[in-house]
Design a protein. Sequence first.
Length: 135
Amino acid sequence: MAAPREHKSRWWYLADRVGAMASFLCAIHCAALPFVLALLPVFGLGFLADHRFERGFVLFASALALLTLISAYRHHRQPLPLLLAMPGLVLLITGVTFAENYSIALHSVLVTCGGLLVASAHFINLRKHRAVHAH
């Protein structure tokens, strides 16, 4: 009966990979946005600069991070991914809510740092997952 557990483990592994990629892309998006803001409409990508899109993306990344990292913690009992993700999520949420009213630089720094912390948490979580399943 190891098949259902293996299937569940595979799903969480995939979710963690999606979360890592989403967080990393979020960090790149936020770091590059001030530089390419004027070019986005030319390429039909103006929606990427919309605050609603950004909030939705952060909400998705936050929910995915919490689901995957808490589930993984229950499995491998290693707190490091959660310890990285929590301040990252705080920075992301602060960046897309409160810091929007301040300078674009503050907003970009908060969200970029938050995205990098969450992406790092996912990558470390993936390594912990592989280490547990290698034994």
